[in-house]
Design a binder for this molecule. Structure first.
Ligand code: ZN
Length: 617
């Protein structure tokens, strides 16, 4: 059952978050906040903060944040609905069934039905239809016997325009919303899948929600019409969203929970290969890259994620995103040691033992990256070793935790025969490079400062906090959260160069209040929600006028530098640009004049906004 938004809001509003959290942690009043030892991680000095008025908490140690509902969910390990129910009981609030939610369920029910019928239809075709012969041959050649075909409900979509549509006989809306077909220009219903082996995709509970289709490798399976790309997936629709669907999770979940590990691979046949090799805990994304929502789903099942991509694909996985997922979802990401150039599907057929070993020997993501650099380097000459060490350190410094980084610096030192001390210095220099981003908390002093012992499980705060240049933006956001009347009308998104800060500002600007902003952000980008909660337990320290002036000054200087750089590339435009740059320079100097700075800032802001709009056209 789903709970209506108004009821969730009433439950939240009726809950005294300080009283609630006090049942799990001792809180002391400090200014407008309450602080105490974090109930979610081990610590000796309090870094857990609660803002009672706004009903949110944030831990500066483990970065957990949320409201009363997430607190109950995380402390008592229940789902959202159950957490709301418990709080409702506690606060004496009655929850009603949501009419809109039931209407939505009624819209989806026929889609699930029709999808189940389509899966059966295609499955039967594969098992017995004469035209499915080439598909059966192909699957047999991949090592799939009848048992495998039944277990994964594989199917065959015949090489025809509308076999399924004719069989289903459903209204247009249902056919289209389910992704099973469409209506062509002549107004006739047509199938979405044609001449393809069908891999039905199920939700974790086992309900079919979409199809994946693969063409047969040889022309045997088709007469050359309507073939298209090798793999094709259902479009997103009311019952299917690629970004939060993992193929195979319905079959894998028991073994995933039992083993605490999930294998993530690239394709449907890879998933099946792992099952055949005796590792029934593999899942695959459905025609999209592994992302935030996949992790949110996986973390409910396992704490260890093994990427079983081929080595190049794994090497290209964005490191900063992986570390962010590890931190945010408290999972470990490892990379399977697959032999170069082999994918799980062909390895499972030729050498299932090697596949099992690749999973057993999976290495932490950072180790995989460092070994990959060193493995590809020429370590025979001093020059080669120096180059390899620098390249390896570039990977090492991306990790947010110093206590993780250091052993890898030792490893690089050992392999490249370079003194660890000089490598640490080199690593610090690499970390300072602008492109390398700052990973340690600027608020907690320079990187070289050893963290206090109780900080062992601390990880870096969000990027937005790492960079001293980001401070004016953070101050402005803090004011926008706590004293919007002072700044709201004087801030614009263009003033926030840092993406996370800009997103937080936009969330605040678009929302009625902080809760609304956090909730929306929770869907779009949980990092933004985390930043907003953190800001809510902090107090503004700077003067609103100073903050606005500083942001306008910085943004104007950046924009001026861009305009001038463009002028250098296109000298013919100088005459056009000169009056603009002259006016901006004049206004920038006016920012230092106490009587005229407000007007100058307004003019600069108008220019920045106008510029941003013309660039977006
Ligand atoms: Zn904590």
């Amino acid at each position: 059952m789903a709970i209506p938004e108004e009821d969730v809001a009433r439950v939240r509003a009726s809950t005294d978050i300080v009283a609630l959290i006090s049942e799990h942690a001792a809180l002391k009043r400090q200014g407008t906040r309450w602080v105490g030892l974090c109930p979610f991680h081990q610590e000796k000095t309090p870094s857990f903060s609660v803002n009672a008025e706004m009903g949110v908490f944030h831990c500066f140690g483990c970065q957990r944040s949320g409201d009363a509902i997430t607190f109950v969910r995380d402390v008592e390990h229940v789902d959202f609905v159950e957490a709301v129910r418990r709080l409702a009981d506690r606060a004496g609030v009655t929850i009603t069934e949501d009419v809109a939610v039931s209407a939505e369920r009624q819209r989806r029910a026929p889609l699930y039905d029709v999808m189940a019928k389509a899966v059966d239809f295609y499955h039967e075709r594969l098992l017995s239809a004469p035209d499915a012969g080439p598909a059966r041959d192909y699957l047999r050649s991949r090592g799939y016997d009848g048992e495998v075909v039944r277990r994964f409900t594989l199917g065959w979509a015949p090489d025809d325009w509308d076999t399924l549509a004719k069989h289903l006989k459903v209204p247009e809306r249902v056919l289209v919303d389910s992704g099973l077909g469409f209506v062509n220009r002549r107004g006739r219903q047509q199938d979405a899948f044609r001449a393809r082996v069908i891999f039905p995709i199920f939700d974790p509970s086992g309900k079919a929600i979409a199809l994946g289709g693969r063409v047969l490798p040889s022309p045997a399976g088709s007469n050359g019409t309507g073939v298209g790309p090798k793999y094709k997936n259902s479009q997103d629709g009311p019952i299917y969203a690629k970004r939060r669907t993992l193929y195979g999770l319905n079959w894998a979940k028991h073994d995933v929970v039992a083993s605490g590990e999930v294998i993530v691979c690239e394709g449907y046949t890879d998933v099946i290969a792992f099952f055949l090799a005796g590792l029934p805990r593999a899942v695959a994304t459905c025609g999209t890259a592994l992302g935030e929502e996949h992790f949110r789903l996986l973390r409910n099942f396992a704490r260890r994620v093994v990427l079983a991509y081929d080595a190049d694909a794994a090497g290209e996985a964005g490191a900063s995103r992986v570390y962010e997922w590890e931190r945010h979802h408290e999972v470990d990401v490892a990379v399977a040691a697959l032999p170069p150039g082999r994918d799980p599907a062909d390895l499972a057929r030729s050498d299932p033992d090697a596949l099992r070993q690749a999973i057993a020997g999976a290495r932490p993501f950072l180790e995989f990256r460092v070994q990959r650099v060193l493995g590809g380097a020429d370590l025979r000459s001093a020059e080669g070793r120096a180059k390899a060490a620098e390249a390896a350190l570039e990977a090492v410094v991306e990790h947010p935790n110093e206590l993780v980084r250091d052993p890898y610096i030792m490893l690089v030192a050992d392999r490249c025969r370079i003194d660890p001390g000089s490598l640490r210095e080199l690593a610090a220099r690499i970390a300072e490079r602008p492109a390398g981003e700052h990973r340690d908390g600027g608020r907690r002093g320079p990187r070289a400062e050893a963290p206090p012992p109780e900080d062992e499980d601390r990880v870096a705060p969000p990027e937005a906090y790492g960079d001293p240049a980001a401070r004016p933006g953070l101050e402005a956001l803090r004011l926008a959260v706590h004293q919007p009347e002072l700044v709201a009308h004087r801030l614009e998104a263009v003033l926030f160069p840092e993406a996370l800060q800009r997103a937080a500002f936009e969330a605040l600007a678009d929302a009625d209040d902080l809760h609304d902003a956090i909730e929306t952000a929770e869907h779009d980008d949980p990092r933004v929600a985390g930043l907003l909660r953190r800001l809510a337990v902090e107090e503004p320290a700077a003067d609103a006028d100073d903050v606005v002036m500083t942001l306008v000054r910085h943004a104007s200087r950046r924009a001026l530098a861009e305009v001038e750089a463009q002028a250098r590339l296109a000298p013919e435009s100088v005459a056009e640009i000169a009056p603009v740059t002259a006016r901006v320079r004049y206004d920038l100097s006016e920012l230092d004049e106490p009587e005229r700075c407000v007007q100058a800032a307004e003019r600069l802001l108008a220019w920045l906004v106008g510029r941003g709009e013309s660039q977006n056209e």
